[in-house]
Design a protein around this ligand. Structure first.
Ligand code: FES
Length: 213
């Protein structure tokens, strides 16, 4: 690689980061623009009812999935391993802590949110309910935390309550969520989503909270 080529690469990367920062600012102050139309979203034709496939290839089952636990799930999954690594196909399946209903024996014990942070698209992670490191006699509720700029997401609704994503207007302050179903054998299924802000949401853009949220 020549020095000039390397220089172009550096400038491009810096310009890209500047662009992303500007996009975040714009999304914060102009939530009325329909940014969802411009995002690299999954085609509706790919998204169908599907098994909740765990990283080990097995289908998630309520009888074996621990309470207060999460797994990363690829959806919609394709035959192409490169496509399957796209952030926009990465979801976090969470079985709620017992205190929030995670011990129920029905689908209400689960949530499945897009892992793409609504601020600048880093991947957030679920931290289970756990003892407070500063006072272990107290418990901290489980939540989603983004490592990039500290946005935090409520596990019950997917709504950002802290950090830059919380400052964005609706629908860009609530994570897209997939609807689930459990069959008679306890196996979890993803229902065909509606990729729109007033449906299951648009990955990287957000979702309007509704009654069932
Ligand atoms: S990308 Fe900025 S808080 Fe997540």
């Amino acid at each position: 690689m020549t020095a000039s080529t390397m220089g172009v690469g550096k400038v491009s990367r810096r310009d890209f980061l500047k662009l992303m920062a500007a996009a975040g600012t714009i999304m914060t102050f102009t939530p009325f623009v329909d940014w969802g139309k411009f995002l690299p979203n999954i085609r509706s034709s790919e998204a169908q009812k599907a098994k909740v496939e765990m990283p080990d290839g097995s289908q998630a089952n309520i009888n074996s999935f621990p309470v207060n636990h999460s797994e990363s799930i690829i959806y919609p999954k394709t035959d192409d391993p490169v496509l399957n690594k796209e952030a926009f196909r990465t979801w976090q399946l969470i079985r709620l802590p017992k205190e929030l209903g995670g011990d129920r024996n029905d689908v209400s014990a689960f949530r499945m949110y897009s892992m793409v942070c609504l601020h600048l698209w880093c991947l957030w992670k679920y931290f289970p309910r756990r003892p407070d490191p500063e006072d272990p006699s107290k418990m901290i509720d489980g939540n989603g935390q983004c490592p990039c700029h500290g946005s935090m997401y409520d596990v019950l609704t997917g709504k950002a309550y802290q950090g830059p994503a919380a400052l964005q207007g609706p629908p860009s302050n609530v994570l897209p969520r997939l609807d689930l179903e459990i069959d008679s054998g306890g196996y979890l299924w993803i229902l065909t989503p509606q990729w729109k802000a007033d449906g299951n949401g648009i990955v990287g853009y957000g979702r309007f909270l509704t009654e069932r949220s």
